[in-house]
Design a protein around this ligand. Structure first.
Ligand SMILES: [Ca+2]
Ligand SMILES: [Ca+2]
Length: 281
């Protein structure tokens, strides 16, 4: 009987799923920056790749739960997220742009993927923007206010929130794409991802909870003009001086930035979920 026992043991060993490892999943796609918010220290939350630190504003808390098992099997049981705890009280994480032609700078011909998990707990008004992560539009001295190189956010329709992608041209004109799919506020976590090749308005793709969503550039806002590029900061969770009305109403986790377009099958892997429906439609 013993040989049979050993065979069975070997079989079990090889068929047991690997431990949940969301960071390893992200690393396989080679992001240029990835902030999991799980090992923050003193001033900052470090990017798991490269050297880009996200400096914590005083209104940010990094002790709140992020997506966790069993609902989100990719994640560790102790996964943590960033909460914009006190809107209007510096509830933002700031990342310095290293300078000219940095990994954070995008122009025509460059491809971007931005992704994050979000939990927005207060409803958004019609047309209210909830910033997730973006470069520029910080209100920092020395920069014009309408200088978003790229930005991922949610936008309200009075009832639900849609995914949005925004950039400004050098003239300061905003070009905003909005997803058709949307979801309600509450305790549910949602995964948002957008890919885009600058200069090609038809190249934009978006996913909410791993499901592709069609959408549209706002009227007259599709353009092949390049985005404004400068050395302003990347901000997570807020814009425009981190005032309350420009701050994300909830929690953000696992922010990653790529200079490639991630394919749908890789996006879907991230959004794995069990036990209850996502609530998005
Ligand atoms: Ca996390
Ligand atoms: Ca720059």
């Amino acid at each position: 009987m013993r040989p049979i026992f050993y065979s069975l043991a070997t079989f079990i060993c090889f068929t047991t799923p690997a431990p949940a490892d969301y960071p390893a999943l992200i690393a396989e796609d080679k992001p240029v920056a990835y902030w999991p918010f799980d090992d923050a220290h003193d001033c900052c939350a470090d990017s798991k790749v490269g050297e880009l630190q996200a400096r914590l504003g005083i209104g940010v808390s990094l002790i709140v739960p992020g997506p966790r098992p069993p609902e989100f099997p990719n994640f560790a049981a102790e996964n943590l997220a960033a909460e914009m705890t006190v809107p209007g009280q510096d509830a933002v994480l700031r990342v310095k742009d290293p300078g000219l032609n940095s990994v954070l700078d995008f122009t025509n011909g460059d491809t971007i993927t931005i992704e994050a998990w979000v939990q927005y707990v207060r409803p958004l008004r019609n047309q209210q923007l909830a910033p997730i992560v973006g470069k520029g539009r910080t209100g920092n001295p020395g920069f014009q206010p309408n200088n978003e190189n790229w930005a991922l956010g949610l936008i309200g329709d009075g009832k639900l929130a849609h995914a949005s992608f925004i950039f400004h041209t050098a003239a300061g004109t905003a070009h905003r794409w909005v997803s058709d799919s949307a979801f309600a506020h509450g305790e549910n976590w949602h995964h948002i991802a957008i890919t885009y090749q600058f200069g090609k308005p038809d190249s934009i793709r978006a996913w909410i909870d791993g499901k592709h969503s069609i959408g549209a550039w706002e009227k007259g806002r599709a353009t092949n003009e390049p985005p404004v590029v400068d050395n302003d900061e990347v901000w997570i969770g807020s814009t425009l001086g981190a005032k309350a009305e420009h701050t994300f109403p909830g929690c953000i986790d696992e922010v990653a930035l790529y200079r490639t377009a991630l394919p749908q099958e890789r996006i879907q892997l991230r959004a794995a979920r069990t036990t209850r429906s996502s609530g998005s439609k």
